[in-house]
Design a protein around this ligand. Structure first.
Ligand SMILES: Cc1cc2nc3c(=O)[nH]c(=O)nc-3n(C[C@H](O)[C@H](O)[C@H](O)COP(=O)(O)O)c2cc1C
Length: 371
């Protein structure tokens, strides 16, 4: 292992015009503590500000519209009340010298009619995912979604643009387009979940059309790609037990080639199966890193040792950590010192109040309320 002080993980890096104080990113983490109106709680400002020693924080996935919702108690970014609540969060993060992007989310078929007044969730094709949705009444089986009509798609692209503008108004430093984990964008990309016959299905070019229209709309709002990142997960089968695309190297390779035209700040790649495994299943993530012209954030089951080796060998510019940030608000300091990490019981992951969320102490035993 490198000397602690020499570790590249703790060196500053500038990507685009964004100067980051280290190469550790807080990965997006849904924590399901918002109101039914999608407004984050006041104590979300404490939670995020406590973690502001990360080089960059990516917010929990945030719905771009009512139609985008797939889980109860998740936040949104399309109403004035939501923007006001997020502004409290970004103000607290900035006051603690942090930087924060908002993750823009549409869940597509990973949803439930209970979240849509009894209407079916929407998707590229009417194919039911396996598994269960998190509703206000607990877990319920996923249903067969309704396939979107071709002429409904421009309105969803407009919802992304509106949400991107709201994120700007809320004071975020940028946005991350959530094109991972088999939510709506990735449902369009993969031929396993997209069996459309219109211009949004069939060929790779057609399957990429909707995600690229979204990227075009979002980068337009943000004045180009310099403050826009994109998350992808070419090898994940989660959630919904979604099969991979039949040719992920060709499909995601074509995606990256197109994304380069927008000058995006970064891609944030979940390598392997989200949370579960780093098994690559024939996917060459380094080929994607090399093909992409912006920065590369690597994620999934990274330890300090693997993160250090990956950054030192030039295999990633930044590393994001998800689960370790839940119970370790001062994760950066703990990694720097080689200190033990606390582990959050799963019962605290989703839902509840400030307990198990913004009340984790730092190494000195203190709970910092920063907002
Ligand atoms: C509680 C929890 C919530 C998550 N929520 C999101 C999310 O909102 N958006 C997202 O892209 N990934 C989400 N993920 C995936 C993480 O960002 C990350 O990819 C995953 O946990 C693997 O990284 P890790 O091994 O460092 O935890 C979530 C994971 C967990 C455990």
């Amino acid at each position: 292992m490198l000397q602690k002080t020499d570790s590249p993980l703790f060196q500053p890096i500038t990507i685009g015009d964004l100067a980051l104080k280290n190469r550790i990113v807080m990965a997006p983490l849904t924590r399901s503590r918002s109101s039914d109106a999608g407004v984050p709680p006041d104590f979300a400002a404490d939670y995020y500000a406590q973690r502001a020693s990360a080089g960059l924080i990516i917010s929990e996935a945030t719905n771009i519209s009512a139609q985008a919702r797939g889980y109860a108690l998740t936040p949104g970014i399309w109403t004035e009340a939501q923007v006001a609540a997020w502004r409290r969060v970004t103000t607290a993060v900035h006051a603690n010298d942090g930087k924060m992007f908002l993750q823009l989310w549409h869940t597509g078929r990973i949803s439930h009619p209970d979240l849509h007044g009894g209407e079916l969730p929407v998707a590229p094709s009417a194919i039911a995912p396996k598994g269960q949705a998190f509703t206000n009444e607990g877990l319920k089986d996923h249903v067969t979604p309704r396939a979107l009509e071709t002429d409904e798609i421009p309105a969803i692209v407009a919802d992304y643009a509106h949400a991107a503008q709201c994120a700007k108004d809320a004071g975020f430093d940028g946005v991350e387009v959530h094109s991972a984990n088999n939510y709506l964008l990735e449902q369009f990309i993969r031929d396993s979940s997209n069996q459309r016959t219109d211009r949004y299905g069939g060929s790779v070019e057609n399957r990429l059309r909707f995600p690229l229209e979204v990227v075009a709309a979002v980068t337009k709002v943000w004045g180009g790609g310099r403050r826009v990142g994109l998350r992808m997960s070419p090898g994940t089968t989660m959630p919904g037990e979604t099969p991979l695309d039949s040719n992920p190297m060709a499909t995601y390779g074509a995606y990256i080639k197109e994304l380069n035209k927008f000058g995006l700040l970064y891609i944030h790649d979940i390598e392997g199966v989200t949370q579960l495994s780093r098994a690559a299943d024939g996917i060459d993530y380094m080929a994607f890193r090399k093909a992409f012209t912006g920065a590369y954030i690597a994620n999934n089951n990274y330890t300090r040792e693997l993160a250090e080796a990956t950054v030192s060998e030039g295999k990633a510019d930044l590393i994001s950590f998800g689960r370790p940030f839940i119970a370790n608000p001062d994760l950066v300091e703990r990694l720097r010192n080689g200190s033990p990490l606390a582990e959050a019981p799963k019962a605290y992951w989703y839902g509840g109040d400030a307990t198990g969320y913004s009340d984790w102490p730092g190494m000195d035993g203190q709970i910092r309320l920063k907002s």
